[in-house]
Design a protein. Structure first.
Length: 732
């Protein structure tokens, strides 16, 4: 299967998206989803059955325009403000429509033949200003379908045609004709002396204003993603084989190239530090407020900022493989999908329009049959058409998704697809991997018991070893004592420890068995300290020299500083945290106690983690899994909601539904809160849109709403839905 995203133009409502989606899905081997908010069709297709050009033809057959990605304007081309034509149409329509409304509402301003001036003012608005609605309605008619544009076009043209009838064939064109404005239409006469030109004009103005503000809102909602893509470095100081620098565009950088990053500069691309030390501001990608110290061997990400110090970096990823590019892709993918709640809204919109047209016809027939006069019958029917336009319904879900996923990207929370939103609502259990998720995943010295010189001497000997425990001891010794003496006669005793000579003294560092081989007695005080450290889940090693055991060093994978706070926040959200690890029960219990987790599943093989998730699901739990390693990937994929630590492996990230870029476990709670807030906003929007139509339609049908008021209320409903979605930009 091949995948393509088609930019689509000409859509004006969710019903348009529905029609295009149906057309595409009728093609053999095609699975398509069309998003009204992003104006894109996401299509998976079999090239053996369907050529990409046929996808474009299908969209055009539905009455819209599409282009293949290769046909899009080149990157860097001047951006066109797509709202400009709409803004011009709105301004001209408002300048003509508002005077027409004022003259029609205020009898004191209605001079002789005022109605003919109103005809001159309103006609350009109804025919030219509302042309986008008429054009869409005509395209709908050719395909024997109806959308919200059909309602608008029929309503506005009905008001105009009725007014022409009243002016040329009725009594409305006579000298001295006046017409007061009524909120509730008067059924007193046949209506041949009433005109509704101001209705067609001002409703068009309201609708254009709603469309314009919606278009602006969609542009603002996608601004976070656009800004993200523009944050990368534009050029780079490339080093040649002789160490000479030259500035080149970042696009010329290749994997393996070495480049310089000076203080204040952005890192050009993802890579590894080869020379130098510097503090790097990673807040763009991780949300961390404090710069992180980088040294040779440390990874750095593109678009982060060197806060001080000169670095030489070897490029490891360029172009679309970088962390910044992947973030942009994930956000785009999330915004192109559809959540179940959106599909419900789309289905409702698809049947809503013909039902409303039928209701308008029934309203007209009812009032005429009841003998109430043509004016009331016509006014009520037009009001039904105008107020029923479910623009708010079409915007309720995609706008909230657009804003929510964009805000998540700013906070370092990458939501892979909108279906994730529905999953977070139902989650009741959060399974946390231990190493690298709750803990740092890096061994550190946590305690030294014994002589003052224990750490320096033991660290000097361990500095010659590559074992993780040895590296932790050596690193701590160097941090505390500076340069260490070089050991001599170093010997690594597999499974026991290390031996050697430091400053002329024979030194042994390792397990109690190593001490026994050297016939060294461990003092009771040190043996008690060793047992206490092991009871806490730490790794304890003994240090001896000159025939005497001198101290105990405890090493552990330390808990991340924010893990306890994160667990407390998950509990406040009503979730049940569990710790899942391959470590022994003692170590797991110690970590769980430190962070406040009550349930522990320990000594689990990597292949068994997914089975644990399955078992919990079989018990009726809805499970979220948080992990970072390759061995977590199956469990992340199995879980109802997979959350990958962004500092973990690519495999884990690919298997998850949501990525926590910073590696801070508190982001898991933030991600769930953001997803719930987005889902709550969608439901508020849908409730507002449905409630508005349910409440207003009966009022319009019984003649209690003037079409002008109906048009204003409908436009206000759409703007309110967009404004409610934009509140997500302030999520913290």
């Amino acid at each position: 299967m091949s995948h393509v995203e088609l930019p689509i133009s000409g859509m004006t409502c969710a019903s348009c998206a529905n029609r295009i989606e149906r057309k595409l899905n009728k093609l053999d081997g095609v699975s398509a989803s069309v998003n009204y908010a992003t104006e894109k069709a996401t299509v998976d297709f079999d090239p053996a059955d369907v050529a990409p050009e046929r996808l474009v033809e299908a969209v055009e057959a539905a009455g819209y325009q599409a282009v293949l990605p290769s046909d899009e304007p080149a990157a860097g081309a001047e951006e066109v403000d797509e709202t400009a034509p709409l803004r011009r149409r709105l301004i001209v329509s408002a300048l003509l429509g508002v005077p027409a409304l004022v003259l029609s509402m205020i009898p004191a301003l209605q001079f002789d033949y005022w109605q003919w001036l109103v005809l001159q003012l309103a006609t350009p608005v109804i025919l030219w200003g509302a042309w986008p609605f008429h054009r869409a309605a005509w395209a709908n008619l050719k395909h024997a379908t109806a959308t919200m544009d059909t309602l608008i076009s029929v309503g506005v043209l009905s008001a105009w045609l009725w007014s022409l009838y009243a002016l040329f064939l009725g009594d409305a064109g006579m000298t001295g004709m006046t017409m007061p404005f009524d909120l509730i239409p008067d059924a007193g006469d046949a209506g041949a002396d009433h005109i509704y030109l101001e209705v067609g004009a001002i409703v068009t103005v309201f609708l254009l204003a709603g469309r314009y503000f919606e278009a602006r809102a969609k542009r603002r909602a996608g601004a976070a993603l656009k800004a993200l893509l523009e944050l990368g470095a534009k050029d780079v100081a490339l080093l040649d084989g002789h160490g000479n620098e030259r500035r080149v565009p970042v696009e010329e950088l290749r994997v393996g190239d070495r480049f310089v990053v000076r203080p204040g500069e952005k890192v050009a691309t993802d890579g590894v530090v080869e020379e130098g030390r510097a503090a790097v501001d990673q807040s763009l990608l991780t949300g961390e407020s404090m710069p992180v110290e980088k040294a040779p061997g440390d990874a750095v990400a593109g678009a982060t900022v060197n806060a001080g110090g000169r670095l030489v970096v070897r490029a490891e990823k360029v172009g679309s493989d970088t962390a910044l590019a992947q973030i942009a892709k994930l956000v785009t993918d999330a915004q192109s999908g559809k959540a179940p709640v959106q599909r419900l809204a789309d289905r409702v919109s698809g049947v809503f329009v013909p039902v409303v047209i039928g209701l308008a016809v029934a309203t007209l027939a009812f009032w005429l049959g009841a003998g109430e006069g043509a004016e009331l019958a016509f006014t009520a029917a037009v009001a039904v058409l105008i107020i029923a336009c479910p623009c708010a319904l079409g915007l309720a879900t995609p706008t909230a998704l657009l804003v929510g996923t964009g805000r998540g990207a700013q906070l370092g929370l990458l939501i892979k697809g909108p279906e994730t939103l529905e999953s977070t609502r139902r989650v009741d259990t959060v399974v946390l991997d231990k190493t690298g998720t709750v803990t740092t995943g890096r061994m550190s010295l946590v305690e030294v018991v014994g002589d003052d010189d224990v750490l320096r001497v033991a660290g000097a000997l361990e500095d010659a070893s590559e074992h993780p425990v040895a590296r932790a001891i050596a690193r701590a010794a160097r941090d505390r004592h500076g340069d260490l003496p070089a050991p001599q006669g170093f010997v690594n005793r597999d499974g026991l420890g290390v031996e050697g000579v430091v400053e002329g003294r024979g030194v042994q560092v390792g397990r109690p068995l190593l001490m026994q081989e050297w016939s060294l007695r461990v003092p009771e005080r040190l043996d008690a300290a060793r047992r206490a450290a092991e009871a806490r889940g730490h790794t304890a090693v003994l240090a001896a020299w000159d025939g005497e055991v001198r101290g105990v060093l405890a090493i552990a994978d330390t808990v991340k500083p924010a893990s306890a706070e994160a667990v407390a926040e998950l509990k406040r959200l009503g979730l049940r945290p569990m710790l899942l690890t391959g470590d022994n029960e003692t170590t797991a219990r110690a970590v769980a106690t430190e962070v406040g987790i009550d349930e522990v599943i320990a000594e689990v093989l990597p292949s068994e983690k997914a089975d644990v998730v399955k078992r919990l699901q079989s018990e009726g739990r809805v499970v979220a899994m948080v992990g970072d390693g390759v061995n977590d990937a199956p469990a992340l994929a199995q879980a109802d909601l997979g959350l990958a630590i962004g500092t973990g492996t690519d495999v884990a990230i690919e298997a998850s539904d949501l990525t926590l870029v910073s590696g801070d476990l508190r982001a898991a709670a933030d991600a769930i809160r953001l997803s719930r807030s987005t889902l709550r906003t969608i439901k508020q929007n849908l409730g507002w849109a449905f409630g508005y139509n349910v409440a207003a339609l009966p009022l319009a049908a019984i003649g209690f709403l003037n079409p002008v008021v109906a048009g204003a209320a409908m436009a206000f409903s759409s703007v309110s839905v967009v404004a409610n979605a934009l509140r997500l930009r302030r999520f913290r």
